[in-house]
Each structure stands twice: as structure tokens, then as C-alpha cells.
Design a protein around this ligand. Structure first.
Ligand code: FES
Length: 261
């Protein structure tokens, strides 16, 4: 599902995380060189890398939090994975901040500093692995373009009870979807050969966003594990999902489409 913190469909978080990852590893490497081969320029390089890693991590966290709150589907396996990913990265930031303090303001055995940094780098790899799963499996931040998908469309509504005017009757092409955010629900409006339909934006298997999937001939396919649902009735057409998805009433009047909830 398309990232909110992006430039021309290029998500910022995966770009920015490369900096703290490289600087954290560089900090450990240059601090180790300083310890094993004498100071030279290693120590000062390690210091700059250390500070850059912390600053880079804070900057990378901003688009990450934005995407976690606005893009990762609620009540899904990716939401739990994203929360764990964020907590581990926050812990790494804390670990490197502590290491920086100990290194320059406390007289402490440098091997203890190296051990702390090694723990931080190891946790960075764990968090990075989870981040990879979020992108390559859960497709968080991926701007999916199947045939007929058209331009990504979203609408935010602050209330929670309708009817809501959600689009013009000619706004969507056949097989195109639009994600509607009400106060506490995510609902997909879609156009079929037989008119507009609405269904919940939550796959009943593990919570994948159906708006980020593909729709064709009245069937929507979840992007995570391929479950398929009838968009009119919500019934499962293909697993692994076993339960139907919720559908909503839609009315067309005066050239407008209204969602009834
Ligand atoms: S979350 Fe598994 S098929 Fe949708």
C-alpha cells in the first residue's frame, strides 16, 4: 500500500534507514580499530559516525512512524510486526546514545563500549530483517499498479456515521478502488461492471489491506497471501481466508456515490 511519507511514490523511510545502519556498523568498526590498533584517526572517525548514526536514526524514524500510523493496516500481522520493528529500533537508538555518553563522559573499559555497540548492531540487523518483511511480504509502502488499478485514491472523513458522499459516479474506472477512512474504519469503494460496491479494507485472514490488492471481474485479491473475495457479497472465493469480509450499502444519486454506514 502506497507510502504517505514519500516523494513521487518513493517511500522515504527505506531510503533514510540506510544511513543509521551504515553509521552504526561504522561506529563499531572504527571503535574496534581504535581499540586494537591504537588511536590514530580511527577514534575521531568513530565519533563522527556515532553522532551521525543517532541523528540519522531520528530522521529515519519520522517517515517510519508516519507510515506505521497511516499505512500499515490496523489489526493486522503487519501492525504487530511494525510495532516490534519500531520498538527494536528505538532500543538501538537508546543503546547507541548510552554508548556515546559512556565513551566520552565516563571512564570505562573500551571493551564494554564495543560490547554495547555490538548488541546495538545485532539488534539493528534484527529490526532490518523485520523491515524487509514489512516491505517485501506485506508490501508496506509499495505503490501497486495492476491493470485497471488507475491512480491511487483515498478520502478521509472525520465522522463515523453516514451516508457519506465518497465520489462522483464517473470518478472510478471499472475495477478501480478508492480507500475511504472514516473516524475508525477503513472501507473500500470500488466500481464493477454492475455499479459501485463497498467492502471493508481488511482481509479476514491476517488483516491485509484489500485496497492495496487487485480487483477484477467482481473479485478482489488480497496482496499478502492471495485470498479472494466477492466484492458484492463479501464471500470467500479462494483461501487461505475462511471468513467473509463485511460489505456495505452503496447508493448512486445525482451523479454522486454515497456510502451508507
Ligand atoms: S492476509 Fe493472508 S490472504 Fe489476506
Amino acid at each position: 500500500m502506497k507510502s504517505k511519507a514519500s516523494i513521487k511514490s518513493h517511500p522515504l523511510h527505506p531510503i533514510l534507514v540506510t544511513f543509521p545502519i551504515a553509521f552504526y556498523i561504522g561506529t563499531l568498526l572504527f571503535d574496534a580499530l581504535a581499540v586494537f590498533f591504537g588511536d590514530g584517526g580511527f577514534s575521531i572517525t568513530g565519533k563522527y559516525m556515532h553522532i551521525s548514526g543517532i541523528v540519522g536514526a531520528v530522521l529515519a524514524a519520522i517517515p517510519g512512524v508516519i507510515d506505521y500510523l497511516s499505512v500499515v493496516p490496523p489489526e493486522s500481522s503487519a501492525k504487530k510486526r511494525g510495532a516490534t520493528h519500531g520498538l527494536i529500533n528505538a532500543s538501538v537508538l537508546f543503546i547507541f546514545a548510552i554508548a556515546l555518553y559512556l565513551k566520552y563522559w565516563v571512564d570505562i573499559n573500551p571493551y564494554i563500549i564495543l560490547l554495547i555497540e555490538l548488541i546495538g548492531v545485532t539488534l539493528t540487523f534484527v529490526a532490518g530483517w523485520m523491515g524487509g518483511t514489512l516491505v517485501y511480504r506485506n508490501q508496506i509502502g509499495v505503490d501497486i499498479r495492476y491493470a485497471g488499478a488507475g491512480k491511487w485514491k483515498e478520502l478521509h472523513i472525520t465522522e463515523n456515521t453516514g451516508p457519506f458522499e465518497v465520489c462522483n459516479t464517473n470518478e472510478l474506472d471499472v475495477d478501480q478502488m478508492k480507500l475511504i477512512h472514516t473516524k475508525n474504519q477503513r472501507i473500500v469503494i470500488a466500481r464493477t461492471d454492475n455499479g459501485y460496491v463497498a467492502f471493508e479494507d481488511r482481509c479476514s485472514h491476517k488483516g491485509g489491506s484489500l485496497a492495496g490488492g487487485a480487483m477484477i471481474c467482481g473479485t478482489v485479491q488480497c496482496p499478502w497471501h492471495g485470498s479472494q473475495f466477492d466484492v458484492k457479497t463479501g464471500e470467500v472465493k479462494a483461501g487461505p481466508a475462511k471468513d467473509s469480509i463485511k460489505t456495505y450499502e452503496v447508493k448512486e444519486a445525482g451523479g454522486k456515490v454515497f456510502l451508507i454506514i
